[in-house]
Design a protein around this ligand. Sequence first.
Ligand SMILES: *Cc1c(COP(=O)(O)O)cnc(C)c1O
Length: 377
Amino acid sequence: MIKFNEPFYTGNEISHIQALMATKKLQGSCDENKSTDYLKQIMQSEEVFLVHSCTAALEIAALALDIKPGDEVIMPSYTYVSTANAFVLRGAKIIFVDVDEKTMNIDLVEVEKAITPQTKVIVPVHYGGVSCDMAALLVLANKHDIVIVEDAAQALFSKYQTQYLGTIGHLGCVSLHETKNITAGGEGGILFVNDKKLVNKIKMIVEKGTNRSEFLSGRINKYTWQTVGSSYLMSQLNAGFFMAQIEGAHDITKRRTAIFKSYLKGLADLIDNKRIETLEIPAYNEANGHLFYIKTRDESERNQLKNFLKSKHIESTSHYEPLHSSVAGKKYGTYVGTDRVTSKDSKRLLRLPLHMHLSNADVEEVIMRVKEFYDDV
Ligand SMILES: *Cc1c(COP(=O)(O)O)cnc(C)c1O
């Protein structure tokens, strides 16, 4: 069986966890450690918090920005539920818009049309680690005084021009879930705080709304409740696991990008002949090989291909159901503008296996089977 995804271990996870256990400090902390130090340095972010998921990072963002009932948050309908939930939890109304068919990223023309005086936040989702057009988005946001929270869940180590994704908007949220390129041992997330003004508040939000981090650093002798917060910090055991993965990050990105390119090359004829479509990586983007997908003619062809691959022991999977068509999406959000791409393309999108345990022969096998399917069809 060629699996769709399998977590990868660099081999140093246990030794890092043991070293942290020896310190007898297992609780999460806002203090810098080796991995946040490294991330801050190479990625140029004001402050980096390790948290227990990207979902948590998004929730912290909504709390830090004081999102209230009546506020509107614009995001693509084609995204994971956490992008919306974080803001719905604060009472906001979600404004879903269409995506660009080349990248499945938020369509900026639709964003502009959806902006109202109530718009507080725009959430670009860098789907598959492929960057949204951040320069154009920032121009739009600055013009209307709107905050950008990047959902960079899949985008760790991808770049827009020379800048890392997650470090460009006011806040950036990354996932370290086991299905992403790099994991903190199953669950984990990173919050990049790029707006200096938000740092102190976030230090309290992640410590249950208290000024405990000031207490731990010895600046005050008692900590108290200051603001609305929750328990968001990553356990040190997960941070240890993450450290080992960070050490392997360069090789992981390199290998995944190579697999991505093999798929693109192997399927070039089918793409050129318009039998299938795939994503187009914009010139401004350096991607991280998070996922590779193709788009079939329609849903029924997609399902046939999926079943065919399954019969050849290859796993492949569809992705998001558009949020605006879901039960909660209808209740907490509205779709604004036309639905040219979202519903149609989510039904014909199929993700192919992409992970560190794939051999070159596995990749060739997947390519060969996809081609076989199309010669037969
Ligand atoms: C995976 C993912 C999330 C959620 O990440 P968790 O770390 O599992 O909370 C949010 N948004 C997007 C786009 C994702 O792909």
